[in-house]
Design a protein around this ligand. Structure first.
Ligand code: PMP
Length: 338
């Protein structure tokens, strides 16, 4: 044989126990890790389908929605972005991206790949968008879809007045997509009341579950747009009409769509159970209180937060300005090591 056995596999896997407090994944609790060591199930086993049904109910609580089309995408938060964009968009559709950091630009890149005509409304770095900025951009572009991240993890900016944006979208016959990957569980989010048409979150952030399984929800307006498509959704894997049949969202008999990882389902179910047992409002309050104490401590040390307006700071991701004359690479490296 030309390719030898790699010697590394003669040694056991060693994973260090790191404190995860960056804008990536958070530490999973022992309960979540234990849940993930349960035996595997097939995707169509009744017991697995039951767990999927329970997860759907959990997501409806987390998102505060009654949407039947509530499910998970097998993939990380980016898969949620892709699913939102590829289901809603057809070639030439005008979309507007609200940019408060990296994620509006990323959503624009994805939408462009699905053939959309992409425009941007950008906030000053470290600031949220004003309602006026958004309204003017709506008048200029008349978009069919508007995207905004509730919390942009690259800047720590929290976009407020999403319910006003929801009203604006209805007036312009536009769909509202909100990225709640890094904010859900640390800030109020009311999908139905705020008239959000599509929302997706990350399993590995505030929820402290495993990465790779992304809760997502589509309301009836979003489904109507999908039903009225002239062309097929460009991704089979992310086609919500097919995926929703697998997740039992439409009252039809369930179809096999793909093999969902039962291990990730166990982990996510346990993570959702922990939130349900704490209560969502308590969890949000805890994040806000911890963030407030951290901010006070940072300010007492003579440092500044990156987002000047306190009401526009995320509580899950607290971005601190590196003082002038200090090498940010060294600070970041120190945090990674320690
Ligand atoms: N949106 C936001 C706001 C995020 O913070 C992230 C992850 N940092 C993503 C989307 C993408 O998620 P993932 O890395 O799980 O693909």
């Amino acid at each position: 044989m030309e390719v030898e056995v790699p010697k590394v596999f003669m040694k056991p896997l060693l994973v260090p126990n790191k404190t995860l407090m960056g804008p990536g994944p958070s530490n999973a609790t022992r309960r979540v890790l234990d849940a993930m060591s349960n035996p595997l199930l097939g995707e169509c086993h009744q017991e697995n389908l039951q767990i999927m049904d329970e997860i759907k109910e959990g997501i409806k609580y987390l998102f505060q929605t009654q949407n039947p089309a509530t499910m998970c995408i097998s993939g990380s938060g980016h898969a949620g972005m892709e699913a939102a964009m590829c289901n809603l968009l057809e070639d030439g559709d005008v979309v507007l991206m609200g940019v408060t950091g990296l994620w509006g630009n990323r959503a624009g890149d994805i939408a462009q790949r699905y053939g959309a005509d992409v425009h941007y409304v950008r906030a000053r770095c470290g600031y949220a968008l004003s309602f006026e900025d958004i309204r003017e951009a709506f008048q200029t572009y008349n978009p069919k879809v508007f995207f905004i991240a509730q919390g942009d993890s690259s800047t720590g900016v929290l976009q407020s007045f999403i319910s006003d944006i929801g009203d604006l979208c209805r007036r312009f016959n536009c769909l509202l997509v909100v990225d709640i990957v890094a904010s859900l569980g640390s800030a109020e989010f009311l999908m139905d009341e705020w008239k959000v048409d599509v929302a997706y979150t990350g399993s590995q952030k505030v929820l402290c579950g495993p990465a790779g399984i992304t809760p997502i929800s589509f309301n009836q307006r979003a489904l109507n747009k999908i039903k009225a498509r002239q062309s097929k959704v460009k991704s089979y894997y992310f086609d919500i009409t097919l995926l929703g049949q697998f997740w039992g969202c439409f009252g039809t008999s369930r179809i096999y769509h793909h093999t969902v990882s039962s291990t990730l389902l166990y982990g996510l179910r346990e993570a959702i159970a922990i939130v349900c047992q704490q209560g969502l409002k308590n969890m949000i309050r805890r994040h806000i209180e911890c963030s407030y104490r951290l901010q006070k401590g940072i300010e007492n040390m003579g440092m500044e937060m990156f987002v000047p307006e306190p009401n526009h700071r995320m509580s899950s991701i607290n971005v601190i300005k590196i003082p002038n004359g200090v090498d940010w690479r060294k600070v970041s490296q120190y945090a990674m090591n320690k």
